[in-house]
Design a protein around this ligand. Sequence first.
Ligand code: HEM
Length: 64
Amino acid sequence: MVGIYGKPEAMTEGSAVTVDDAYITESIKVPTAKVVKGFNPIMPVIALTDAEIKDLVAFVASLK
Ligand code: HEM
């Protein structure tokens, strides 16, 4: 996930999504909502608090 923040990414269903906090949050909460093109929808839903998700979003965004 290094370098994805702020960049557009192609999704399986043909749309493009700009990676921002809302997209990362959705990808963690509902992993099958938008699946990156070329990947299978195998990411599990992980039991996390909103605070933990917020920290993970900040971490992913920090991966330059
Ligand atoms: C806390 C742990 C995790 C976080 C924060 C996380 C976060 C994310 C994010 C932000 C994306 C979107 C990446 C992008 O747009 O390029 C993603 C995609 C993905 N994740 Fe995870 N993930 C986690 C755990 C896992 C686990 C445990 C698996 C598999 C066992 C997994 C499998 C995948 C796969 C295959 C994708 C690409 C397909 C898709 O969009 O669903 N992830 N993950």
